[in-house]
Design a protein around this ligand. Structure first.
Ligand SMILES: O=C(COP(=O)(O)O)N(O)CCCCO
Ligand code: NA
Ligand SMILES: [Zn+2]
Length: 305
């Protein structure tokens, strides 16, 4: 069933498990996410970035909404990294049941102002809101945040921010970053910081940049002609530990991008005569489903629906 973000994340925080929030850009990715969650009796969130909305529009949103409505587990449709009040409201009009307003690149006061506007409007329509305080490293789709500007979330500031905005859940910067290159080896996750924030805030916390970038997928990507450098993601045990300390929503995009591409590349490489779209996208859907299954296992959400 299609529900709001709060319907999924409040129980997750209380139950000390994480809920995967997976980015989608087409039907097969959406199916891999929702069908796997159903099979494993897991709540799940499907998210679309502004780039995905530009790419697939209401057509793609309707695929997600229809699968979510018919799903036998709770599913929310979430706007990822909404960059403005207008963008958040447009998403709600499209049928989204959770929206992020990412004003984390602004000064503290502006972030509060922008976030509060969205919270008031979204709450008036019964929609949940995610906001962000602190900056991840890596490339946030519309912002390049280089190392020196990336700063981790201050626990005391987070308390003020939540009190003054009313946001339902909060994305915190705790060492993760977007993309396939999260560190020179295992990225440093500031568990002390997470545990400080956990004690001060009772709302669900959000970890962005939570792809694991599994070595096996990276190797398969290279073996079928993909070019990728020294790719590292967040370690399963770091993610698992974070879900025991307040992290309830866990954003994953890169792993599904890599998985879909591996599926397609392997077919095109090994079956050069193949040009049936179902034979090309079907195996890619399988590779993605396995990635979703692994992630739900790490997050502890299996059987929670
Ligand atoms: O936090 C994430 C996902 O991060 P990751 O790149 O680790 O999958 N997102 O918000 C997805 C969009 C960012 C570009 O990938
Ligand atoms: Na988000
Ligand atoms: Zn993100």
């Amino acid at each position: 069933m299609l529900v709001t973000g709060n319907d999924i994340l409040v129980p997750a925080r209380a139950g000390k498990y994480g809920v995967g929030s997976f980015n989608t850009n087409n039907m097969e990715i959406t199916q891999a996410i929702i069908h796997t969650a159903e099979r494993l009796r897991s709540p799940v969130m499907v998210q679309m970035s502004e780039g995905a909305i530009k790419y697939g529009g209401q057509d793609l949103a309707n695929i997600v909404i229809d699968l979510a409505e018919r799903a036998t587990v709770p599913v929310a449709l979430h706007l990822d990294h909404g960059s403005s009040y207008e963008s958040a409201l447009k998403a709600i009009k499209m049928g989204f049941t959770s929206v992020m307003i990412d004003a984390s690149h602004h000064q503290f006061a502006e972030n509060i102002q922008e976030t509060r506007r969205v919270v008031e409007a979204a709450h008036a329509m019964g929609i949940s809101v995610e906001a962000e305080l602190g900056r991840l490293g890596g490339i946030e789709e519309h912002i390049v945040v280089d190392e020196k500007d990336a700063f981790l979330t201050d626990p005391e500031e987070a308390v003020q921010f939540v009190e003054q905005t009313g946001t339902d859940y909060l994305a915190i910067a705790i060492g993760t970053s977007h993309g396939a290159y999260k560190g020179k080896g295992r990225p440093f996750i500031d568990h002390e910081r997470i545990e400080k924030i956990e004690k001060l805030l009772s709302i669900p916390l959000v970890a962005h940049g939570s792809s694991g970038v599994p070595a096996e997928i990276v190797q398969r990507f290279r073996d079928c002609g993909g070019e990728i450098g020294d790719a590292f993601g967040i370690a399963d045990e770091d993610l698992q530990r974070a879900t025991q300390h307040g992290i309830a929503k866990v954003n994953v995009d890169t792993d599904l991008r890599l998985a879909m591409t591996v599926g397609v590349r392997e077919i095109l490489k090994n079956s050069p005569k193949e040009f049936d779209p179902r034979k090309i996208m079907g195996p890619a859907r399988e590779v993605m489903s396995k990635i979703v299954e692994h992630k739900l296992g790490v997050l502890g959400s299996v059987g929670k629906a």
